[in-house]
Write a protein that binds this ligand. Structure first.
Ligand SMILES: NC(=O)c1ccc[n+]([C@@H]2O[C@H](COP(=O)([O-])OP(=O)(O)OC[C@H]3O[C@@H](n4cnc5c(N)ncnc54)[C@H](O)[C@@H]3O)[C@@H](O)[C@H]2O)c1
Ligand SMILES: O=P(O)(O)OC[C@H](O)CO
Length: 335
């Protein structure tokens, strides 16, 4: 009889812990935390109080602070650290992960400097492994509370995604497949920047029509850049595109939206991030996205205003005044 698949999740933040909890209902799961206190708390009290409060974690979930032990155990490796930490984390274990072990990214940002997507960084650090991602409208705390949601496993080889789907799925967590890795990954990355704009809008007290404009035109920007980079535009109409955009722009729990709101209250970006105490990928990713927009010659007026606010060159109120000056053209082609 074959033994069950061992899932290993690297990164015991809000989402890494939640995904490890999903997997632990289906198969043995080990969660790596860089904090030995957090690993101890998960093993003894079944909680990760810093990130998930009092929520009880499944009994089958085990945690470790030993990344080498975790890497060696993996039949499936899930990378749940923020984008800027993927390379340094994987460099510690590049010789420890067995050949052919599939690697799934949870991250929704771009690596500063290289502009690489998380799956590209993973492919460089762990060459030869099948690489994909899990993404969608997935606010960690709602999923940890058992509220229904859906996500997408994206891998170039559909057979790999088919094998991974059941490891994370439950009666309230639907897992779809998609072979458009680029489109799914860019959806998760780009929606964070629109969510900062949406949070700024809320903080400035704009109406629902303005919010809808930001979402709809933000989606147009995401799709335009994605298509220019080679993604399937249909992907942006799905869970990892408009689905994740709606969840992140509307949810009071979204960290990117909350950063936007804090900026509209007059906080600096450093103060807004410190107040959050968790990662908001859109802050670091906004300048990189604008570099890509320039390289691919794509107009992204909303992302441009967010980047200017995050860099401290513009106030949120000025950014919204700036957006009002954008000359509207053909809805399908233009800003
Ligand atoms: N929280 C969500 O709802 C959610 C949902 C989907 C995707 N994501 C994405 O998942 C990724 C992780 O987000 P999160 O919400 O778990 O973040 P978090 O801020 O809750 O936790 C981050 C985790 O990464 C660890 N970490 C931070 N810097 C590190 C470093 N330099 N080296 C090693 N470990 C480091 C922290 O200790 C912590 O365990 C992000 O890219 C985020 O966009 C989050
Ligand atoms: O809290 P945020 O803004 O990082 O968003 C979390 C997830 O990406 C929502 O799908």
């Amino acid at each position: 009889m074959s033994r069950p698949v061992q899932v290993v999740v690297l990164g015991a933040g809000s989402w890494g812990t939640t995904v490890a909890g999903l997997a632990a209902h289906n198969t043995p799961t080990l969660l790596w935390s860089r904090s030995s206190a957090a690993a101890e708390e998960i093993n003894t009290e079944r909680r990760n109080s810093r990130y998930l409060g009092d929520r009880e974690l499944p009994a089958g979930l085990r945690a470790t602070d030993d990344i080498i032990e975790a890497a060696r155990a993996a039949d499936v490796l899930v990378v749940g650290v923020p984008s800027h930490a993927i390379r340094s984390t994987l460099s510690e274990i590049s010789n420890e992960v067995r050949a052919w072990v599939p690697v799934l990214s949870l991250a929704k940002g771009l690596e500063p400097g290289t502009r690489q997507r998380p799956t590209e960084v993973i492919a460089e650090c762990l060459p030869g492994h099948p690489v994909g991602l899990l993404a969608g409208p997935n606010i960690a705390r709602e999923i940890a509370d058992g509220m229904a949601a859906a996500a997408v496993v994206a891998t170039q080889d559909d057979r790999v995604a088919s094998a991974l789907q059941p490891l994370f799925a439950s009666s309230v967590f639907r897992v779809y497949r998609n072979t458009d890795v680029l489109g799914c990954e860019l959806g998760g990355v780009l929606k964070n920047i629109v969510a900062i704009a949406s949070g700024m809008a809320d903080g400035l007290g704009v109406g629902d029509n303005t919010r809808a404009m930001v979402l709809a035109r933000g989606l147009a920007e995401m799709t335009r850049l994605g298509e220019a980079m080679g993604a399937d535009p249909r992907t942006f109409a799905g869970l990892t595109g408009v689905g994740d955009l709606i969840a992140t722009c509307m949810s009071p729990a979204s960290r990117n939206r909350r950063v936007g709101e804090a900026l509209a209250r007059g906080l600096t970006v450093e103060q807004a991030v410190a107040e959050l105490g968790q990662v908001a990928e859109g802050v670091k990713t906004a300048p990189t996205v604008m570099e890509l927009a320039r390289d691919f010659d794509v107009e992204m007026p909303i992302a441009a205003e967010v980047e200017a606010v995050v860099a401290g060159r513009r106030t949120p109120a000025d950014a919204y005044r700036g957006l009002r000056k954008v000359a509207p053209g053909d809805e399908h082609d233009m800003a």
